[in-house]
Design a protein around this ligand. Structure first.
Ligand code: PEP
Ligand code: MG
Length: 324
């Protein structure tokens, strides 16, 4: 029984009609990789590097970061790793960086905005990442870098330029560069941004917060901050359309990727990769394996037309294979 269950976790998330969705894990430390793989992860779709900066007195230097990224790649043994550049600000405060107080940190100097104002932080991280790519170059490095909280094209261009410069300095191999789509402006302009990046990963936690104007940590409004709200789904659809126009792929690494029904709708919307908390992986894989892509596409179209989040949620009962 247990052996059967373990074997099932290792199967790909392939629908009954043969469409495969890549299943990644959100993992921040090398020592968590083995556990994620045992749950059936095929990659790490989101490594939140701000965790390297928390619960300590100072920022990790270039060598320490390099060792961590190299250890991640080693633990993954050739499987893809997407490292997200520092996403500090908003709900992620780091006291030892001594950043100025902001009245509205969620609308302030956060993510890419901070990286572009602090080239010291950005350079150290990029150097560590390109060194890790170089160290693993002979075995195929499988590393991608993505940038958080992108709002507009000039940010992407400036970050790309920083990557190109560091890569040249280190004579390192190219690394695919992606962005998080978590600001509505980025979703709406996805067709523009897609020309300039290799992939998108939608951060549905923040995209929901910014689309619905609900603080993602607000205790009273938690129930209304639903990532399956039709307005959020329409932003996801726009992102996929924009990416497809330029041959780019789209993943989702926000919490809704780990919800079996959410994962089913995202696959139906054209999302190719889902990255989630490791413990959510088995149920998501089971859900997708019990589905036909054609049915998921139909459900996604109906969800886009729903008037309310509740109406989207009610579609769950209409999907076949739901109790598999
Ligand atoms: C998100 O916003 O959905 C996301 C994955 O990033 P974080 O939760 O780290 O802000
Ligand atoms: Mg986010």
């Amino acid at each position: 029984r247990k052996a059967e269950e373990e074997a099932r976790r290792g199967l790909p998330a392939r629908t009954r009609d043969g469409h495969e969705v890549e299943i990644g894990a959100n993992v921040n430390r090398p020592d968590q990789v083995a556990m994620a793989l045992s749950q059936g992860a095929e990659s790490v779709g989101l490594m939140r590097t701000e965790f390297l900066f928390l619960e300590r007195a100072d920022a990790p230097g270039e060598d320490e970061q390099f060792e961590t990224y190299r250890a991640m790649l080693e633990a993954l043994d050739g499987r893809p790793l997407i490292v997200r550049a520092l996403d500090i600000g908003g709900d992620k405060q780091v006291p030892h960086l001594h950043l100025p107080h902001e009245e509205n940190p969620f609308l302030g100097v956060r993510g890419a905005r901070l990286l572009l104002r602090r080239p010291d932080l950005l350079d150290i991280q990029l150097r560590a990442l390109y060194r890790a790519a170089k160290a693993r170059a002979t075995s195929g490095h499988a590393l991608s870098i993505m940038f958080p909280m992108i709002t507009a094209l000039p940010e992407v261009q400036a970050l790309r330029a920083a990557c190109d410069r560091v890569r040249a300095e280190l004579d390192a191999p190219p690394v695919p560069l992606g962005i998080m789509v978590e600001v509505p402006a980025a979703a709406i302009q996805a067709d523009v941004l897609a020309r300039h990046v290799d992939f998108f990963s939608i951060g549905t936690n923040d995209l929901t917060q910014y689309a619905l104007a609900i603080d993602r940590q607000h205790p009273e409004l938690a129930a209304e901050a639903d990532s399956l709200h039709p307005a959020v789904l329409r932003l996801i659809r726009l992102t996929v359309e924009g990416a497809e126009r330029h041959g780019r792929w789209v993943g989702v690494c926000g919490g809704i990727a780990g919800d079996p029904f959410g994962a089913a709708l995202l696959a139906g919307l054209g999302v190719r990769e889902l990255s989630m908390t490791p413990r959510d992986i088995p149920a998501v894989k089971d859900r997708l394996r019990a589905s036909d892509l054609s049915a998921l596409r139909e459900a996604a179209l109906r969800a886009l037309d729903c008037e309310t989040a509740d109406a989207v949620r009610a579609l769950e009962g209409t999907l076949e294979g739901g109790e598999a």
